[in-house]
Design a protein around this ligand. Sequence first.
Ligand SMILES: [Fe+2]
Ligand SMILES: [Fe+2]
Length: 268
Amino acid sequence: MKTIHVSDDVTALNDQAEIPGLGFLAVNAFVLHAAEPVVVDTGLGLPDRGFLEHLGSVVDPMDVRWIWLTHPDRDHTGALFELLEAAPRARLITTFGGAGIMSTERPLPMNRLYFLNPGQSLDVGDRVLTAFRPPLFDSPATVGFHDSLSGACFTSDCFGAPLSSAEEAAADDVRAIASVELSSRQLLWASVDSPWVHTVDRGKFERTLAPLAALRPSAVLSSHLPPAIGRTEEFLRTASTAPTVAAFVGPDQQALEQLLAQFEPRSA
Ligand SMILES: [Fe+2]
Ligand SMILES: [Fe+2]
C-alpha cells in the first residue's frame, strides 16, 4: 500500500489488484481530514494488506468519527470490522441496503450505523458532505459524496479504469496516463463494472451526469483511479458515451482451461 497526499484535506490509501487480461486496478480508500475525520472505504479483503497500520500512519483510529462505506463490495470492506473495533468513536455511514448486505457477513452494531441516502447531507464539523449516486455503479447501495469545503467528489467505482502497469495504478495523479488511453480504459471499466449501461436510453443516462457536472468538483476521487484534479468535464464526456461501447464478455471456460494449461508442469 502507498499513501498519496492529494491535498491538505485528503489522503489516499492506495492499493491495487491485478485483473488478468485487463490490467492493474487501483483500489483506493481515503482519509478526509475534516474536523470530524472520515475514512472512506476500508480496502481489499485480502489478508496481509496492513490496512489498519497504514491508516494509522495517516490518522489515529481513535480520532476517526466516520467511516463512509461507498458500497459493500469486497474491495471496499476489507478492514471494516477491524476498523470498527479500532475506532470506537466512529459511526458507519451506509444505506439500509448496504447495512443489510454487510450483515450477511457479520452483524453490524446497529447503534453505530448512520443511514444516509442520495440527496441527504451530513455535517462533519467544518464542512458538509452531501451524498449522491454516481452515474456508474455496480451496487444498489452505492453512495458517493461531495465535500463542501474542498470541493472534492468521492465517486466510488465510477470513473475507475484498469491501467496498463502497476506503476500507473499507483500514480499520484491521473495525469500520469495519456488522455486517450485513459478514456478507453474508463469505458472498458464501465462495461465490466456497470454492464447495465448498455441497456439504458442514452439521453436519460446523460441526464444522470448533469448533477455531478453542476457540482463542478475540484477533484474526482474514484476508488479505482489515481486522484484526478480538474478533469471532471473530460470524465463526464467519456462517461456519456458508455452506453454505446461494446459490452464486455469475460473469458469463458475454454479460455480458462487454456490459461491453466500454461501453468501445468510439462512432462519430461
Ligand atoms: Fe463495486
Ligand atoms: Fe470497487
